[in-house]
Design a protein around this ligand. Structure first.
Ligand code: GDP
Ligand code: MN
Length: 400
């Protein structure tokens, strides 16, 4: 689950990281009021940033500076309601504009292959890191945290010096360790600061001081760990959640949309993966990963069918159920119910084995679902049905 910059910054502050203060505004008038407070506190300029869960807001015109409250309100009016990569902006972060001396990139990511937290840094901050990685991979410094002790002091120092942050080594070490701490404390799989910036701030007596601060923040939380952090659930931005994802979550169905044309309805994550492999082996592309879970009743099956059919790319559906706790007859009833309600007719291939498979077979035959001899055949038929863009839809089922 991705969270908005303002919420990510809150999690950084909770770990003691240096983040310049900000406010969140939802209307141009709120932007103006926030800008007035920022300017009254001594800032020369105000920065306004669209709160959307996509990167590259700067390039898209979602990060703007204003000299006074009137201009801030006008810019707020432009940003709010603006479309950034298909998302409508509903919130704007307002803060004192930083006087940036230099921008860096620093992030903690989960390196699954190494089974460690990986600290990644670059002196080429501000721009998208994917671009740096593609063009100048050497410009990215990678340091794996210790598997049990976490990011050690000397490792953080090594990163600081590698980025040319020797003059800010104390702050850099604290920030690097803070990123890893933020990651661990919240079960995040990404904590990214881009830019981490050296900024110039007035010292009060006419002089200026340089300081290292987190100007942007991007955090992605591990969905599977969210039950351990009930408070973080409040940070879910329902406005930006895909409607299908929201429906799946409400039904307790694990659903991940993919780009293919064959909808898959399966019980159990392992069987779902295998089914996707089978579809690929038969020459097709799965449209989704879907695990209806153990003991699913007919209404859940009908909901799962709705999720699959909401994807206009779906041209055929492969149902693969291993009845253990899940009863085959319940699934068959759900499929029959779902077919009766479905808005568009899509060929369906069903395979049900295990608990109550005979009853499932009887129900499906009565409902005139056809049968196939094996799972391989069922996969092949689903792929063939998906390819046949014309002609009357057919249902094929294999029940053993
Ligand atoms: P992103 O484009 O979505 O990653 O949004 P960022 O918050 O990273 O902003 C993009 C760029 O805008 C940064 O790399 C900075 O160059 C610039 N920027 C952001 N905040 C400020 C600020 O307070 N002052 C100035 N001068 N520039 C800023
Ligand atoms: Mn950024």
């Amino acid at each position: 689950m991705k969270i908005q910059e303002a919420d990510a910054k809150q999690l950084l502050v909770a770990q003691g990281l240096p983040v310049p203060p900000w406010e969140v505004a939802r209307t141009p008038v709120e932007v103006r009021a926030a800008a007035e407070r920022v300017l009254a506190a001594g800032a020369d300029r105000v920065v306004m940033k669209a709160q959307v869960l996509v990167g590259g807001r700067g390039k898209a015109g979602g990060v703007r500076l204003a000299d006074d409250a009137g201009e801030a309100e006008a810019i707020g009016r432009q940003i709010l309601g603006m479309d950034i990569k298909g998302i409508t902006v509903r919130k704007v972060l307002v803060a004192a504009a930083a006087d940036i001396v230099k921008e860096f990139y620093l992030a903690a990511v989960l390196d699954r292959a190494a089974r460690r937290v990986l600290l990644m840094g670059s002196a080429e901050g501000g721009i998208e890191i994917e671009q740096v990685a593609a063009e100048r991979p050497d410009a990215i410094v990678r340091i794996h945290a210790h598997p049990t002790a976490g990011l050690l002091d000397w490792q953080a120092r090594q990163m600081a010096f590698a980025l040319g942050l020797g003059g800010h080594v104390r702050a850099a070490v604290a920030i690097a360790r803070g990123l890893v701490a933020t990651m661990v404390a919240n079960d995040a799989d990404l904590v990214e600061i881009n830019p981490l910036a050296i900024v110039r701030e007035p010292g009060g007596d006419g002089t200026f001081a340089e300081r290292l601060v987190c100007l942007d923040a991007k955090i992605s939380l591990d969905d599977s760990a969210l039950p351990r952090h009930p408070a973080l659930e409040d940070l879910r931005d329902l406005d930006e959640e895909d409607p299908t994802d929201r429906a799946a979550r409400a039904e307790g169905i694990s659903f991940i949309k993919l780009d293919g044309s064959i909808g898959c309805m399966v019980n159990g994550a392992g069987l779902a993966m295998t089914t996707m492999d089978l579809v690929k082996r038969a020459g097709g592309e799965p449209a989704n990963f879907l695990d209806i879970g153990g003991g699913a009743r007919s209404d859940k099956v009908a909901s799962a069918m709705g999720l699959i059919l909401a994807d206009p790319n779906v041209r055929a559906i492969l149902v693969n159920i291993f009845g253990g706790i899940t009863r085959g007859d319940e699934v068959a009833r759900g499929l029959i119910e779902a077919r009766a309600m479905q808005a568009r007719s899509v060929p369906m291939v069903v395979r049900i084995v295990g608990t109550n498979a005979e009853e499932a077979g009887r129900l499906l035959r009565e409902a005139r679902f056809e049968t196939a001899a094996s799972l391989d055949e069922a996969a092949a038929k689903a792929v063939a049905a998906a390819r046949a863009t014309s002609g009357a839809p057919t249902e094929v089922s294999s029940v053993s």
